[in-house]
Design a protein around this ligand. Structure first.
Ligand SMILES: *Cc1c(COP(=O)(O)O)cnc(C)c1O
Length: 383
């Protein structure tokens, strides 16, 4: 749609980039389930040659995600970690990267177990503390990798302030925007250079597929990331592209409803006698609340909470009926996770202790069910 650039978020989410199949007029963008494309003759191409390089369905979802982030380029990957992996290939041995210490366990593992072997150095720091960022920059530092709100402690980094520090020091700012999605937060507009997504989560929204995206305005970064994808092959398949496109059509509705439910659940938990502390950026007493109000248009639907008695953890996980005990997040179903042994099993205990990821911490990804049913379920499970 040529007028696409001036359309508002919800319209782009529903209509996508092209909006329909130019060839047939199909409203549901077709799944071009083809690995290769016919050439009419020597040096002739429709623009599509081989699906590891470009596929029409993948292209549609990539451009849709780019538009939602108000960015020039979106590049799809088979998973969120494949997207992050491609970004890390921008760096070379000796380079040093600052990383939010509280972050998705798989990203942690990628830095610590995979890229450190190839000489890419890193420091896990509290990126919510701007002085700590400045203190940890050395002559080899090339980038800051920020997850905000962070996983699972919901710490909020001031993206704009971090980006200002980064610019002064020639660092690339990478933001994992999985938790809030572009509906609630657009890091590129706040000064970030690269956004990464696990499309598996809220973008897809239905716990039915895996996907990842890299989003940027930089021509040079885009060229490199596309080249890495072409050279290493972690592409987003046509069918998965279609599932994500379909999920995105309701992104704004799902985010609003999940957030409404999350606020009510956070309020319920915060006064519950068995709960010690609730971590939700939408609570005014939350540390990240003020910065969130400034840089995001919503608080999202991720909540962590600490119970007073660790014996309650097993009880809750056994007794939830509507809420499902499962890893992952961002779907229409409410899930409860135990970060200590699930999402953060790979993070060394001393770091988990420092962050507060203990055997009393549980994480909720709030879905779009009826709020009374969710609260009743938690009430019963908490006993
Ligand atoms: C799940 C997740 C990832 C990894 O994405 P996959 O699609 O599972 O590979 C990265 N970052 C965050 C914040 C996540 O929640």
């Amino acid at each position: 749609m040529s007028e696409g650039s001036c359309l508002r978020f919800e319209t782009t989410a529903v209509h996508g980039d092209k909006g329909y199949d130019p060839l047939t007029g199909a409203i549901s963008f077709p799944i071009y389930q083809s690995s290769t494309f016919r050439h009419g003759g020597l040096n002739e191409s429709t623009g599509y040659d081989y699906s590891r390089l470009l596929n029409p369905t993948s292209e549609e979802v990539e451009n849709t995600v780019a538009k939602l982030e108000e960015a020039k380029y979106g590049i799809g990957f088979s998973t969120g970690l494949a997207a992050i992996d491609a970004v890390l290939r921008l760096f070379k041995p000796g380079d040093h990267i600052l990383i939010s210490d509280d972050l998705y366990g798989g990203t942690f593992r990628l830095f610590r177990e995979i890229y450190s072997v190839y000489g890419i150095k890193h420091s896990f720091i509290d990126t919510t503390d701007l002085d700590e960022i400045v203190r940890n920059i050395n002559e080899n530092t090339k980038a800051i990798f920020i997850e905000t709100p962070s996983n699972p402690m919901m710490k909020v980094t001031d993206i704009k302030a971090a980006a200002e520090i980064a610019k002064l020091n020639n660092l690339i700012v990478i933001v994992d925007n999985t938790f809030l999605t572009p509906y609630f937060q657009k890091p590129l507009n706040l000064g970030a250079d690269i956004v990464v997504h696990s499309g598996t989560k809220f973008l897809g929204g239905h716990n039915d597929t895996l996907a990842g995206f890299v989003v940027t305005n930089s021509d040079a970064i885009k060229e490199k990331i596309i080249y890495y994808k072409k050279a290493t092959g972690a592409v987003l398949s046509p069918f998965d592209s279609w599932l994500i496109l379909r999920g995105i059509k309701t992104l704004h509705i799902r985010m609003d409803k999940s957030q409404d439910n999350a606020i009510k659940i956070a309020e319920f938990l915060r006064v519950h006698p068995k709960v010690e502390e609730v971590f939700y950026v939408g609570l005014p007493e939350s540390k990240g609340y003020v910065i969130s109000k400034k840089q995001s248009s919503g608080f999202g639907a991720m909540i962590s909470f600490k119970v007073k008695d660790k014996a309650d953890v097993a009880e809750i996980l056994k007794n939830v009926k509507v809420i499902t005990f499962a890893e992952s997040l961002g779907g229409v179903e409410t899930l409860i996770t135990y970060p200590q042994t699930q999402t953060h099993s790979e993070v060394p205990q001393e770091i988990k202790d420092r962050l507060g990821v203990t055997d009393k911490l549980l994480r909720l990804s709030v879905g779009i069910e009826n709020i009374e049913d969710l609260i009743q379920d938690l009430k019963k499970a908490l006993g």
